[in-house]
Design a protein around this ligand. Sequence first.
Ligand code: CU
Length: 512
Amino acid sequence: MIKRRDFVTCAGAATLVQAAVPAVWAEPAAAHAASSPLSRAADGDRGAGMASSPAPAPGSADAGSSAAPADFTLHIAPAALEVAPSHFVSTSAYNGTAPGPLLRMREGKPVTVEVVNDSDTAELVHWHGLFLPPDIDGSEEEGTPPIPPGARRRYQFTPSPAGTRWYHSHAMAMGDLHRSTYTGQFGFLLIDSGSDPGRYDQELFLALREWEPFYTDQPMDTDDIGVLGPQPERPATFNTSRPNGLEATSQLFSVNDKALGSGEPIRVREGNRVLLHLLNASALENRTIALPGHEFYVLALDGNPVPVPRAVKVLTLGPGERVDAYVEMNRPGVWVLGSTFDPLRRAGLGVVVEYANQHREARWEAQPGEQWDYTVFGHAASAAPARPAPDHTIDMVFEKIPSGAGQFDLWTVNGKPYPHDREFVLEQGRRYRLVFHNRTDDSHPVHLHRHRFELVDVNGKPSSGILKDTVIVPVYGRVSVDLVADQPGLTLFHCHIQQHMDFGFKALFRYA
Ligand SMILES: [Cu+2]
């Protein structure tokens, strides 16, 4: 196997994202391309324990008038994407593609990103998973100024922490299915730590997507995690006095911007090790995927190396979540890497993986039995380092009011839709346990901006050493996470399903 640096030298960086990210990388320098964010992921135990207390990353924003060229430029503009042959999706995107350009940054090295808003609505770009000040994090609730239509804004910041991050619109969509995360406004952002062992032959960036969403009163619930689980938050009686509101759904799916069979296959050779950076960029739902006959050797969740990397047959990602995994290409053939749910895969949620000199129909095989479980990547109970007791515990109860927002459901955190009369308050330096109580019949991928947290417990199953910024709280489930309050400033918490966020499922944390 060749080292990645050698591969870059002999083949050129663009080859590395074969069939994945369109060749529009906004790379500032070759040096950035020559290392990966997974520097120590394969070497052992980088994810142990809580994140230490990093200093707040410095950053600033201005109106983009500076003469020096930016390291990266993102143009938000209408785009027509050919998701299936002669099926053009009318949307908006960064630099005309979805995903947008791969932004590869070096941890700790300041960068300048210029965002030009050539759309006809105000926009916000959120840098998901980064430790950034609230005025540039990309959330209006935290105080980031929106970029008006026709305007540009220049952001300067120091990227941290290392790992697979991403960027996406953080506008409100409300009833408009042509806005925010319903559009093609998303892209990968990798922060290299600068010490990449390069133990793979190819690197692919794959985002799971849907297009042309529409409203229905008969949602296609496909991947609701926890339906068969213990359901500790299941109520004794159900309020069925009102009908459910309309929900956004879709019938056209893709990996990156191509429906299954519509784009170039991923071409591999037997014996190759392929590093996958997977992102669920869906506005709607969790997705579960598999590659028949192969396993995913999971290295990192949400870009953070896991304490116990291990191989699994299926991956589940909630909207906003990332998985970095190796796949050893050791079963020659032509396969479908795609959704385990047949209707979604048939509607485009997949990509063909083709071994060299294999020319047959792409094959899918069902993957029975295996259920996604975050905790298998944590320390074994006997090996878990002692965790300091939290200074405070904050309970957050999620409930749904059917049709509470007219046509749509309304979502509440501790009995109130956003905004709350008083924010949740954190004291700098203190350790908090957030306990998420999901008293609804949906699973929710909840995201905390500007911080990361350690998984402590999923439906009563203990976990240690897994650091994330987004976590699926299963149907009627309960998840506990710990965090150290080390990023002063307003911090947004929300469900990453766009419709839930828009209709109440948000809360602000404020530092005392
Ligand atoms: Cu939700």
